[in-house]
Each structure stands twice: as C-alpha cells, then as structure tokens.
Design a binder for this molecule. Sequence first.
Ligand code: ZN
Length: 114
Amino acid sequence: MDASTTPTGIEVSNKDQVLEISWEDGHTTVFPLYGLRKNCPCVMCRGGHGSMGDFEPEAFFEENPSRIEIRNLEQVGNHAIQITWGDGHNSGMYQWKTLRWLDPENHRPGDNEE
Ligand SMILES: [Zn+2]
C-alpha cells in the first residue's frame, strides 16, 4: 500500500466536530464532521450509480455547519472505515484512498488547480 493512503492513526472528536487521520507519509488530514457526512460515499447519498464519485468537498467549508456526531467507527478490511452517524446513517464505506483524496486541503475554495 501507498504511504499516502495508509493510516497510522485516527481520532474522532464529537466535541470539536472533527475526525483526524494521520497518514504514514507524515500528513494529517482534518475533516469537519458535517462535510464528511455530506460526502458519505454510499450509493444513496451520491444519488445512485449514475453519479457516483460526484462529491461535494465545498461542504467542508460551510460557515455554520450543522452539528453531527459520530456514534461508531469500524474498520472494514484494511481499506476502509464504516461510520455510524448520529442520524443513524451507516451505509457509507469511506475508503482510505477516498479520504485522502477528499482531504479539505485539496479542495480549498478559490483554488482551481487540481
Ligand atoms: Zn450515505
């Protein structure tokens, strides 16, 4: 596995509304929970197979995001985590490589360079 998509640590703070992942390459990704919930990769949230991959990274920069909590987090195999949200939703499998790609740092508003 690639060091940039290999997690070395993961921390959830419902109080601070963030999920933090440390990666083997030394990078740390901080996800606001609201944005992560918005970007749930499940078929239902992505609007069906036709639009899979159509994420909304702008949700990470919402000015007054609604609070959402993580109730449970489980590792799925060695490639993903499954999050159970405070609203009961839990069908999203967040793959490590998707999470690394979703890193809010890669999607700052006004930064059009991919
Ligand atoms: Zn979903």
